[in-house]
Design a protein around this ligand. Structure first.
Ligand code: GCU
Length: 698
């Protein structure tokens, strides 16, 4: 069982808009389309039909499709002559051949234009979705439906092009059906070592296409056991079926790869990327894989990190490892996406020079320019690991001659695990808008991953998925805003967090002013609220080790001495300046200087970069200790306010949705109280300093 999420098409539509959904026309010509484009085209028509059936209350077979075998003129004639102009208005999905004059701008993959077509005598009043490929037709169709629902009117868009070439999801699903960091049930791709391709897979593809996702990695980056065998005959038939289903929605299938597959699958004695037998093994393997799954996009690789195998064992570099694989899949147009999440988790935190934050840059900067063109380095937004607040990885703005992709986590591993509401789009937006100062202009992270700064067409953004087989897909109903938001933001980097939240609310829930205002308030304030009651000012962690939920101030799992955050009776924070671990020097000069100096370092990252005394004053004028007490009290009050506002929606939202969300908010409140008490008590005991407001600290 699954719900339709933001594709439910429920609720009344303004009459004026609804009229256009009475018929869909197209200049669909089967012979001009490749098989894949044709499927996308047909799916676009199905989507209009699904929306129209809901808007007009018709049954599916009552809906009018008018397909044309030749060209637009014939449509006009048909339109005109059919049953005395039965349709006053309609929608036209119009394929524009790429070489048609003046249509240059539509030739970008995924580009579309929505435009009204009114002939002079006003016989035709059509809204056209124009595109030169299947993806564009699909995306334009979803955009048109979105306009109808969210704006209550249709508008000319001009040519809309995706901001980023690759807009990918990374699933961390295991073949036994479990999901690493999964908070929404089990996998819907795998169960008991079998691959599932069913109605739910098709609906999922629809959800992703509707927000512009064009690539999906289906298995966990930690490739172990049966997952290694995904590249074996055991799974090819099902993978091909899945890849074809996805392709019909403009989505390419990718898989995570086990670097040690030559040993674990091929029986070789090693996996040295420069050893002849290893190279031969991969060559033959890639031939076999691409023969069986021709439209596979490529592979995601986590190597030499957290116990995963990699080139280091053989004294080789990441470039040696990535290039060897990239060379073997280049003939099939495949990509190797190589993760930069590489660090030594066995470091000794008692050594003041130890700094995990440095690792990504230290490992990959020396390799800049050494990767083949079909290799992309995938870089987490921050240098650590998806904490509630981190600076942007200095690899962005550091690397100049390497394809790059930004990795964010939609799954809320460290941000409440989809039991707390935490709308993450504002965080991703900050990452995209961050100025790296690597050039005088076009220096933001989004410019780099667009290929604008240093060129490169293999670039983009990846999000670690937050879905599972729970009926509502994301465990917390409000967590679906993050999935929707990731897609929309990666498609259009210019959208604001609020615009995205508004769209998602309109598409998902009853369209009434109170639903909009209250849910919008909750979403837009949720990230800062979560930050308030958890770890302060960018220091990070303070969660229970391994499962990462709930407070544990000394709980950083790779530091059994409890020294990670350096808290003692005087202060807390890590000196990452040039006088400390030197991490701040990995940034371009302007940013390095900003972080180096306490006076210019943004408060929210203060403890990430500096060691501060409890009695030191922040820019707000408060002492550090008072800031910690205040924000933790505030965080809890903010959750109470969320609950108060949410309760006003009783009777407006459907009973089951209301109850599900209320249950999560109630859990969030008790968890926030626990965080407040654990963190405040810890720092009260360490510092011995009373709360200025004399509140009780437990
Ligand atoms: C985090 C997470 C792991 C995951 C890793 C990664 O450390 O806790 O479960 O494997 O990130 O991104 O590879």
């Amino acid at each position: 069982m699954y719900f339709k999420a933001w594709l439910n098409y429920d609720g009344e539509l303004n009459e004026n808009v609804r009229d256009y959904f009475q018929a869909v026309f197209s200049n669909y010509e089967s012979n001009v389309f490749s098989k894949v484009n044709r499927q996308m085209y047909l799916h676009a028509m199905e989507e209009v039909k699904a929306a129209a059936n809901s808007f007009l209350g018709k049954k599916p077979d009552e809906y009018d499709f008018i397909m044309n075998e030749e060209n637009f003129t014939v449509i006009e004639e048909k339109y005109e002559n059919t049953e005395e102009q039965k349709w006053k208005r309609g929608i036209l999905l119009y394929y524009v051949p790429e070489n048609q004059d003046n249509e240059e701008s539509l030739s970008t993959d995924g580009a579309y234009e929505i435009k009204q077509y009114l002939d002079e005598e006003k016989r035709f009043d059509l809204w056209t979705v124009r595109a030169s490929g299947g993806r564009g037709i699909l995306y334009g169709t979803y955009a048109l439906i979105r306009q109808a629902i969210c704006d209550g009117k249709l508008t000319d868009t001009g040519v809309v092009k995706p901001s980023l070439a690759l807009r990918m999801l990374n699933h961390w699903d295991n073949l036994d059906g479990s999901i690493e960091r999964g908070y929404s049930g089990n996998s819907f791709f795998f169960s008991k070592n079998q691959i599932l391709v069913d109605e739910r897979t098709a609906f999922y593809a629809r959800l992703l296409a509707s927000v512009g996702i064009n690539g999906v990695v289906i298995n966990n980056v930690n490739v172990k056991d049966m997952a290694t065998r995904l590249i074996s005959p055991l799974y090819y038939a099902k993978l091909r079926e899945m890849s074809e289903l996805f392709a019909g929605y403009g989505i390419q299938l990718f898989m995570s790869l086990n670097f040690a597959a030559p040993m674990e699958l091929g029986g070789l004695s090693g996996c040295d990327p420069l050893a002849e037998d290893v190279v031969r093994w991969w060559k033959e393997k890639m031939q076999e894989v691409y023969r069986e799954i021709p439209n596979l996009g490529g592979f995601l690789v986590k190597a030499d990190s957290e116990g995963r195998p990699g080139p280091f064992t053989y004294g080789r570099t990441h470039a040696d490892g990535a290039n060897m694989l990239a060379k073997e899949i280049a003939p099939y147009g495949g990509l190797i996406i190589w993760r930069c999440f590489v660090y030594n988790c066995k470091q000794d935190w008692r050594d003041k020079k130890t700094d995990r934050a440095r690792a990504g840059y230290d490992n990959f900067m020396p390799l800049d320019g050494k990767f083949l063109d079909n290799v992309i380095l995938q870089i987490k937004n921050g240098p650590m690991d998806f904490q509630v607040r981190e600076p942007i990885s200095p690899l962005f703005g550091g690397l100049r001659s390497t394809n790059q992709m930004l990795e964010v986590q939609i799954a809320q591993e460290y941000t409440g695990q989809q039991r707390h509401v935490c709308y993450l789009v504002p965080m991703w937006k900050e990452a995209l808008d961050f100025h790296t100062y690597c050039k005088e202009s076009d220096d933001r992270v989004q410019d780099i991953i667009k290929g604008k700064t240093f060129g490169g067409r293999n670039c983009g953004m990846a999000g670690v998925a937050n879905t599972g087989d729970d009926p509502n897909w994301t465990g917390h109903d409000l967590a679906a805003a993050n999935l929707y938001g990731f897609g929309r933001l990666s498609f259009d980097n210019n959208l604001s967090s609020e615009e995205i939240a508004r769209e998602w609310i309109s598409m998902t829930f009853p369209r009434t002013p109170i639903v909009m205002s209250n849910l919008l308030y909750i979403l837009m304030n949720s990230w800062s609220t979560y930050e308030h009651y958890t770890s302060p000012l960018g220091i990070g962690w303070m969660v229970n080790p391994s499962y990462h939920y709930g407070p544990n101030v000394d709980g950083y799992e790779y530091d059994r001495w409890g020294t990670y955050h350096r808290a003692d009776c005087k202060g807390i924070g890590i000196d990452r300046t040039s006088k400390g671990t030197g991490y701040s020097t990995q940034y371009q000069k302007q940013n390095a200087m900003m972080y180096e100096d306490v006076a210019t370092c943004p408060d929210e990252l203060l403890l990430f970069f500096h060691r501060i005394l409890y009695t030191d004053r922040l820019k707000s004028g408060k002492t550090l200790i008072q800031h910690i007490y205040d924000t933790h009290f505030e965080g809890v009050e903010e959750v109470k306010e969320f609950i108060r506002l949410f309760c006003q929606l009783e009777g407006v939202l459907s009973e089951d949705v209301f109850q599900r969300i209320l249950n999560r908010l109630t859990e969030q409140l008790s968890s926030a109280e626990e965080w407040r008490d654990v963190v405040n008590t810890y720092f009260y005991r360490k510092s011995g300093i009373e709360d200025e407001k004399s509140r009780e600290i437990y």
